[in-house]
Design a protein around this ligand. Structure first.
Ligand code: IPM
Ligand code: MG
Length: 354
């Protein structure tokens, strides 16, 4: 297979983990005879520095021409001035919008030997296998923003079709699993959530009558993610709730650094990024955990290139590497035994069992 991949390293630890992802993909390509071509482009803070634009037009055109996009992370203290008109995050949000990737898939799986890296008791972590589907191109992130000296507002708006299409994706993904869908909203307070709940209830009754559905308020969902995480199968929710709940859910897996994500829509190009941020505190030290990025490569192989065997190999390699005891600094108390990003990546590549 020939595939063109746009690589957007971004800021902070982004370039370090993006290199890991690229190396894993290149190794898979070499073994299976796939021809992966990479086009590296600027996004976020590094794009502001080089082009005075967090999402330069060259980046947009390269992404649109590609089969898939890999993104490291954006943001950092250098561009954090609260009064700045342009911010790195605008690059990422703009890219999600232009690629129309409205469905963000964030799987949370627990590798058994990491249970001591999680702040939760081991017995709570057994049998966790959940998938969070976060609506990614609507809601408060994209509504009109206003600011005066004395007040500020962010409009949260959802259209019926935006809710229907994300619920369909979530229900179809649930069907291939335990067929249990939990829709999270704040319908006791927010009008957008009342629309969300109505549309969800109707659509599921009409199109997915056999799906086991639960509606939870976001505050309760946040609690149950800690008190009974193994009860969840697929969680679907709006943009901001999904952002918050997936950071929370990452603690079940032991570290933010473990979680991958795939963002897809109705068009060809998918966007693949770990859920973690640019981690400025450890940037440049070469100690970032590459697992979230490499897991995102597995999702890219599966969702954008339809290469299930290759995807599974990458996931198994991550699993086996961790089970064999390899740890980056975020996963262990024994800091003197922690592996660097490059060493961890190499171990995962060595564990690809062709
Ligand atoms: C994420 C991140 C982004 C978001 C930031 C960097 C804009 O937190 O992908 O979860 O809020 O969507
Ligand atoms: Mg986030």
């Amino acid at each position: 297979m020939d595939a063109l991949i746009t690589l957007l390293p971004g800021d902070g630890i982004g370039p370090e983990v993006a290199q890991s992802g690229k190396n894993v993909l290149a190794r898979i390509g070499q073994q299976f005879g796939h021809n992966f071509t990479f086009s590296e482009q600027y996004i976020g803070g590094s794009a502001i520095d080089h082009c005075n634009d967090p999402l330069p037009s060259n980046t947009i055109s390269s992404c649109k021409e590609s089969d898939a996009v890999i993104l490291g992370a954006v943001g950092g203290p250098k561009w954090d001035n609260p009064n700045a008109k342009i911010r790195p995050e605008q690059g990422l949000l703009g890219l999600r919008a232009v690629l129309k990737v409205f469905a963000n898939i964030r799987p949370v799986q627990i590798i058994p030997s990491l249970s001591n890296a999680s702040p939760l008791k081991e017995e709570l972590l057994k049998d966790i296998d959940l998938l969070v589907i976060r609506e990614l191109t609507g809601g408060i992130y994209f509504g009109k923003k206003e600011r005066t000296k004395e007040s500020a507002s962010d409009l949260c708006i959802y259209q019926k079709y935006e809710i229907e299409r994300i619920i369909r994706i979530a229900a179809n993904l649930a069907k291939a699993r335990k067929n249990k869908l939990c829709s999270v909203d704040k319908a006791n307070v927010l009008e957008t959530s009342r629309l969300w709940r109505d549309v969800t209830t109707n659509l599921l009754a009409n199109e997915f009558p056999n799906t086991n559905v639960e509606h939870l308020l976001v505050d309760a969902a946040a609690m149950y993610l800690i008190s009974r995480p193994a009860d969840f199968d697929v969680i679907v929710t709006e943009n901001m709730f999904g952002d918050i709940l997936t950071d929370e859910a990452s603690m079940l897996a032991g570290s933010m650094g473990m979680l991958p994500s795939a963002s897809i829509g109705d068009e060809k190009v998918g966007l693949y990024e770990p859920i973690h941020g640019s981690a400025p505190d450890i940037a440049g030290k070469g100690i970032a955990n590459p697992c979230g990025m490499i897991g995102s490569i597995a999702l890219l192989l599966r969702h954008s290139l339809n290469l299930e065997e290759e995807a599974k190999l990458v996931e198994d390699a991550i699993y086996n590497t961790i089970e064999n005891g390899a740890r980056t600094a975020d996963l262990t108390k024994k800091q003197n035994k922690a592996l660097s990003t490059v060493e961890m990546t190499q171990k995962i590549i060595d564990n690809l069992e062709f």
